[in-house]
Design a protein around this ligand. Sequence first.
Ligand SMILES: [Zn+2]
Length: 407
Amino acid sequence: MQDIALVVLVTVAIAIGYFLGRRSVKSKPATAFPFSLNKTYFQGVNYLLNEQPDKAVDAFVDSLDVNANTLETHLALGKLMRKQGQVDRAIRIHQNLLARPQLDLEHQHQAHLELARDFMAAGLLDRAEMLLKEVIAESLPLRGIAQRYLLDIFQDEREWSDAVYVAEALAQSRFVKANPEKRQEMAQMIAHFYCELAEEAIQKNDTGLAQKWLDKALLADKTSIRPSLLTGALENADGRHKQAIKVLTRAAAQNPSLMAECLPELFNAYVAADPVGGFNQVLNYVESQIATTPSTSAILFMVDQLLLRAQTEPSRQQQAYEILSRYLRDHPSLAGLNKVIALQLPGLSGDVADDVESLQGLVQQLLQKRLTYKCSNCGFAGRQLHWRCPSCKRWDQMDRVKGIEAD
Ligand SMILES: [Zn+2]
């Protein structure tokens, strides 16, 4: 499809070249039209007829003047080259444009923007960043789009302070302010940038700074689960368990499908806040949550906690089995079946035990192949929760996979 587009575009480009050439010849009949242009033009046609569109592009770039009539064709051809992965050709086309002294300021900015995108595609991020900053400073009409590309660079380079700076400027633009969907998308991104800064601060044991970033993240997006998860962990670490329960239950209520992500810190908070009754409280909490939003991960987490308790309270073993069986009747899953087998196996012996053990091996093989999280935007799936999808690079798109093989 792109090859057809390329042939059409080159044909149009060469037709323009031919037309302009003819016009020049008419106005200056004797010697004004340079022979070299004609020669290159015919070379281009020849390449096209010989199905060598790449060489035809080079011939076109060499032969076609840059002026108001041909500029869009140059830009379109450059974009097409970049889309086809021919970044060096795209760079050549855009640099060729910029080398023309007659290019007005508006078109210079346009060519700078395209060249920056070529550099991004080539992985030359420093050079792209420089050009984009120039466009942002000098071109009001292209500022928003240049900011968006610059934001992509800062995210790829994990330069979170710079990303916050650009994203907050972008969020103030008229285009974003007028579009509720874009506004929400920017708010989500900004919250994640602050969370990334908070995680960096936590790694450096600067919890004060981390909390400052997390407050800003929640200010940017009240519904984001990630700052609440991190805040819950910080509150637990500082011994403020009731505060942790408050933050985490609110986060789970706002994001029921990610309740299992809140559970480890929530469990710690409940048990630490009330060593006597906390365990049963968190158990009741999980059962009430999964009644409306089933989650095999959540029930398996609680089953594991019950089994740990069974070491000192033997009745917890039976309770674990009952809770799991009750849940699996309505929500069968491979992971649940695997756990049931693990619970039953110690009580079996002889051939039956051997058979059940073989069955468990098969179930575990199937479990190893399962992918736990999936991006709702592009379909990328993996076993790890990525806040930013590694494939389509959008934030907050990955969710737990539901179904028998998954959650
Ligand atoms: Zn994706």
